[in-house]
Design a protein around this ligand. Structure first.
Ligand code: HEC
Length: 107
């Protein structure tokens, strides 16, 4: 196979991924609202916020982490165990919005 075949393939994959991203029901704006309200007391959840706690990872760090994984993050938020994190009893849709918001923070 020649190299010319590779680029169109990569573009097609990127388009498919973008399509699926758009297709999720998660809502970034709602995620941001939940984050500011429920997480901002301890985490720096948005650029320009300075009153989070020093010893807690920022959402930019969490979303940008090399091991970042949406499924893992959802599981963690469903029941944070063995952690200093409180269990905030979030609904599935709140978690989906938060995961989408956190994922978007490393840009
Ligand atoms: C009362 C303070 C507090 C609140 C409120 C809080 N967190 Fe945390 N969070 C922590 C602490 C402390 C840690 C570090 C956990 C540890 O070291 O065991 C943590 C860790 C995390 C981690 C794991 C980071 C990693 O890579 O291990 C995630 C994800 C997270 N928090 C998300 C959230 C979200 C989303 C909310 C809001 C719904 C939230 N937190 C609200 C204190 C809090």
């Amino acid at each position: 196979m020649t190299r010319t075949g590779i680029l169109p393939g990569a573009i097609a994959v990127a388009l498919v991924l973008a399509f699926f991203d758009e297709g999720t029901t998660a809502d970034l704006a709602r995620g941001r609202g939940i984050a500011l309200r429920w997480c901002g007391e301890c985490h720096v959840v948005a650029p320009g916020q300075f009153h989070g706690s020093d010893s807690v990872p920022t959402f930019a760090q969490i979303g940008g982490a090399e091991h970042f994984n949406e499924a893992r993050l959802s599981d963690f938020l469903t029941s944070p165990q063995h952690s200093r994190m409180p269990n905030l009893s979030l609904t599935r849709s709140e978690i989906a919005d938060l995961v989408a918001y956190i994922k978007a923070q490393h840009h």
